[in-house]
Ligand binder design. Structure first.
Ligand SMILES: NC(=O)c1ccc[n+]([C@@H]2O[C@H](COP(=O)([O-])OP(=O)(O)OC[C@H]3O[C@@H](n4cnc5c(N)ncnc54)[C@H](O)[C@@H]3O)[C@@H](O)[C@H]2O)c1
Length: 285
């Protein structure tokens, strides 16, 4: 249902790969709420993914770009302003990738050139995006910029590996640039810390199914889906959240405030029962 929250606004959405992508759902909701948008993803993702289907459905031009390339980003913002007919009101950074995770390198055996790539693609690209847009003066006053994060930035999560460090940097960039851009142009910058979500990037995390199930059991109102996340992004892009900036906003069904829940405890007890001997003692090894 549309509330016309983004009527007359122009946006750039990075990271829609397929219909499971969080960015895909955000793009659909943004247009439903009255925005005009452009889409961007890597040239490879544009060729291999299904972004063209979304582009056709929404009447949104795709501008291929590697988000680690300032030259590419410059083209994205220049062309978006031209195509949409004015400065941009909102930007979504929905980009993440770790070669160490892909190659199953453990956190105590990281390849450092891969770590550089993880940080560049998943975090520094956010800085590059904002700095490029600012230098071009491509964002309207009171514009809203959002990136997607994960709670592994604050709490250690098994299997999340060097992406945890990337998310910590991403959230820090939102604060540091939020100060500069807010002071000068009232542009607000936030990260949304989303529940585990079954997407292409999400499935790459070791033990994702178990992590997803654990988070679901721990969260009093359940994991936030990609559709829920799209709704939250729309609110953040709208004029209803003009004074929210430099925040990491948890969108996780309550997970971040929990210590232990009844449903997780129930599962935990079942799990350890398998490791008890006939006298009820836990067999550890
Ligand atoms: N899925 C989850 O469990 C989860 C949870 C919290 C946060 N997030 C974050 O949400 C964001 C979106 O991920 P998703 O889950 O929708 O998965 P996804 O795989 O659909 O999206 C990731 C996108 O990043 C793009 N990308 C990778 N390298 C790029 C580059 N160099 N330049 C431009 N784009 C590049 C990919 O092409 C893809 O479209 C990511 O930042 C991810 O870390 C995901």
């Amino acid at each position: 249902m549309s509330h016309n929250l983004l009527q007359g606004k122009r946006g750039v959405i990075f990271g829609a790969l397929n219909d499971m992508s969080i960015a895909w759902k955000v793009a659909e909701r943004a247009v439903e709420e009255g925005a005009q948008i452009t889409l961007s993803n890597t040239p490879l993702a544009v060729r291999m993914g299904t972004t063209d289907v979304l582009s056709e459905k929404l009447g949104a031009t795709i501008i291929p770009a590697d988000a680690t390339s300032v030259d590419d980003l410059q083209v994205v913002f220049e062309r978006s302003v031209e195509i949409l007919g004015g400065k941009i009101d909102f930007v979504l950074h929905s980009i993440g990738m770790s070669p160490n995770v892909r190659k199953k390198r453990t956190y105590d055996d990281l390849d450092y050139s891969m770590l550089d790539t993880t940080l560049d693609v998943s975090a520094v690209s956010f800085h590059k995006m904002i700095q490029t847009a600012k230098k071009l003066d491509a964002i309207n006053e009171w514009g809203s910029i959002v990136a997607l994060s994960y709670i592994a930035a604050q709490r250690t999560m098994v299997g999340y590996n060097d992406m945890a460090d990337a998310k910590a940097l991403l959230e820090s960039i939102a604060r540091s640039f939020g100060y500069v851009y807010g002071r000068e142009k009232s542009v607000r910058i936030n990260t949304i810390s989303q529940s585990p979500t079954m997407t292409t990037a999400g499935s790459g995390v070791k033990g994702m199914n178990n992590l997803f199930d654990f988070a679901e059991r721990m969260s009093p109102v359940g994991n936030a889906t990609a559709d829920d996340c799209a709704n939250y992004c729309i609110m953040m892009f709208s004029d209803l959240t003009r004074k929210v900036t430099m925040q990491n906003l948890y969108h996780d069904g309550g997970f971040s405030s929990m210590g232990m829940s009844y449903r997780a405890m129930e599962q935990y007890i079942k799990g350890i029962d398998e490791y008890r001997d006939e006298d009820g003692n836990i067999v550890y090894g």
